[in-house]
Design a binder for this molecule. Structure first.
Ligand SMILES: [Zn+2]
Length: 425
């Protein structure tokens, strides 16, 4: 028994903390494009662009499979690879490597017979040029390129890698934000010339009969919306080539991308609590948790809640938004709905959720209610609570307008909702 325990623990310690997610968007029958983002955690163009595909695109014909967060542990730390370079682990990977499960799982997806083409997204150094100009513009740079490992592969479909990459690059070059952003095709001639690239994801794909490309925007373009813009335009061209028909729910312009990046997100933790992500206060104390292992869900695929030391950190991409100090409860109860009165109207609300309140709210329940920031030593059910009775510093948001309402049954934690005094919409 002891031995088994040690083995399980060793296995657990050897796995990455956060695993990637695969999102599938299907239209009418057609070809399938697999888009992989975030293999390198310090290349945000490569993972924010796929998060836009997930959130703001609909697929009408063909299928788009999206992994926005392949190397999620490295994304939250904004590092190329916290366990070494993941893009050098596709020819061989040791079972003890922390990236092992992730690399093996993405290989299976790449080899899925449904996949007709693979894109791997990056932000590379500098700006690739055919001849040497300086340390930023030169043949060794990677930025602003469609990368191919060789000119052609033998497959039924899309084997003419060079032609496809040149077509995409020339489309991108019809609308550049700066002239020096122009795209080139970089053929790494991997089989004969590039020993390192033989270990990469795209080389794994092409040697298994799957057409694959890397799209590289530039690390030297510092503006994230600009990188996302180029990545999305490239992906849209690839979608056209494989016959995927899509609708995009926003204008593909840099101001529009900027606006969407600022949009508020929410995260649901353990299915019973909810928090804002971007506008959250930096520190949340006594956050109710029922176990050290947590689950979380957000409409933003780059949101993660990570245990670090004796607290949890709420991330959105590489942005560290808040630290949650937990209060653990041994017992928990489940509640899906609860009755409340808001500004004179009685209604039943979902737990967890966020409810807009103008003047006051009152929880109509026989459960024990604790409104965080409302100072009373008793059960706070059936109390009429206005904003002026709530202490600002207990708010969960930076504007001090959102407060936690926690629901208990004796000593068991049942769930939480937020009241938002931030103005009715
Ligand atoms: Zn990269």
């Amino acid at each position: 028994m002891k031995k088994l325990l040690i083995i399980i623990l060793a296995f657990y310690l050897n796995a990455a903390n956060l695993h990637f997610t695969l999102y599938k968007k299907n239209g009418e029958q057609g070809n399938t494009l697999l888009v992989i983002g975030g293999i390198h955690g310090n290349e945000p163009g490569g993972y924010y662009a796929p998060s836009f595909l997930i959130r703001y695109y609909d697929i009408n014909k063909g299928s788009l499979w999206i992994v926005p967060n392949l190397n999620f542990d490295s994304i939250v730390k904004f590092r190329r690879g916290v366990y070494g370079d993941m893009n050098r682990k596709f020819a061989f990977i040791d079972k003890k490597d922390k990236d092992y499960n992730i690399v093996e799982d993405i290989k299976k997806i790449i080899l899925n017979p449904k996949i007709d083409m693979v894109l791997n997204l990056h932000d590379g150094h500098g700006f690739y040029r055919n001849s040497w100009q300086n340390s930023i513009f030169n043949p060794a740079a990677w930025g602003q390129t469609c990368i191919i490992d060789q000119e052609k592969i033998k497959t039924n479909k899309f084997g003419n890698l060079g032609d496809i990459a040149r077509k995409v690059s020339s489309c991108l070059n019809t609308d550049l934000k700066k002239n020096y952003h122009f795209f080139n095709v970089k053929n790494t001639k991997t089989k004969f010339k590039d020993e390192q690239m033989r270990l990469s994801l795209t080389y794994f794909a092409i040697t298994h009969g799957k057409p694959a490309f890397a799209i590289e925007t530039s690390k030297n373009i510092k503006d994230l919306p600009t990188k996302i813009y180029y990545q999305l335009r490239a992906i849209e061209e690839f979608m056209k080539i494989v016959g995927i028909k899509y609708t995009r729910n926003f204008d593909l312009t840099i101001p529009e991308i900027k606006k969407l990046l600022k949009k508020e997100d929410y995260v649901i933790i353990n299915g019973n609590t909810i928090l804002p992500v971007k506008n959250i206060d930096k520190v949340i104390n006594f956050f109710p948790l029922t176990s050290k292992q947590i689950t979380f869900k957000s409409s933003n695929p780059l949101v993660a809640v990570v245990k670090e030391k004796n607290y949890y950190v709420l991330y959105e991409g590489y942005n560290r938004h808040a630290v949650l100090y937990p209060q653990y409860f041994k017992n928990f109860c489940k509640i899906k709905k609860i009755k409340i009165e808001i500004d004179g109207q009685k209604k039943e609300i979902t737990v967890p959720s966020i409810v807009k309140v103008d003047k006051y709210f009152k929880v109509l329940s026989d459960k024990r209610i604790n409104v965080i920031g409302y100072s009373s030593k008793q059960n706070e059910a059936y109390k009429k609570i206005t904003k002026d009775k709530l202490i600002k510093k207990y708010a969960v948001d930076k504007n001090h307008k959102m407060f936690r309402v926690e629901i208990y049954d004796k000593d068991s934690f049942c769930g939480m909702f937020l009241v938002d005094f931030g103005g009715k919409k």
